[in-house]
Design a protein around this ligand. Sequence first.
Ligand code: ADP
Ligand code: ZN
Length: 226
Amino acid sequence: MKLILLGAPGAGKGTVAKMLTAVDGSVQISTGDILRAAVKDGTEMGKKAKEYMDAGKLVPDEVVIGIIKDRLAQPDCQKGFILDGFPRTVPQAEALDKVLAGLKTGIDHVVSIDVDEEALVTRLTGRRTCKNAACGQMYHVEFTPPKKAGICDKCGSELYQRDDDNETTVRSRLATYNQATAPLIGYYSAKGLVRPIKGVGGIDDIFNQIVGIVSAGTGCSCGCKH
Ligand code: ADP
Ligand code: ZN
């Protein structure tokens, strides 16, 4: 599958992207994960990116476009890819179109996950993630707590709270989403690629809706061959 997951921070993009990789071996590409790894490694890019991330602002387009260009050129993307957190601006979407055209491929669907904003604030501020990058399992202190507080059920590693999951930064990330990223729904609607889904149920529900879209070959209700 070749998907873009569009949705506000906390809509469930990262979690469902991981689940979708098991369906057909498509890879998850998360610019947020790649940037966090660069911050952790203390690279030049990471040092610059951290300021933007901590403020809930977008890292400059040229940085993330460079990341995506390199990543999509790697051979494991040939099976398919799930873009999680990219593109986030119209210039990023335009750059992606060019990169994909150069690779003689394109996007099958843009899944737009819709969730109420206040629900997102609660989700994000209670979110905890496994420190082991190979695992990356996510929890919520209230809704999906681990069996033992602060410890991953899956691999036993410690859990942490992302630096940008505090309420102030979360509100800023949501405002950034509404201003810079939400216009992409119009951009991809014009190409007939948008498949809106409701993100209110559990993550399994989101997963099943996406699998339905991917296996039907189209999420469009007009009977066309989008
Ligand atoms: P979320 O979707 O929950 O905000 P991400 O992990 O996707 O989480 O992104 C975290 C931060 O990384 C963003 O707030 C932003 O600063 C930066 N970032 C990630 N992807 C992009 C992108 N495509 N363009 C610009 N900044 C990005
Ligand atoms: Zn773990």
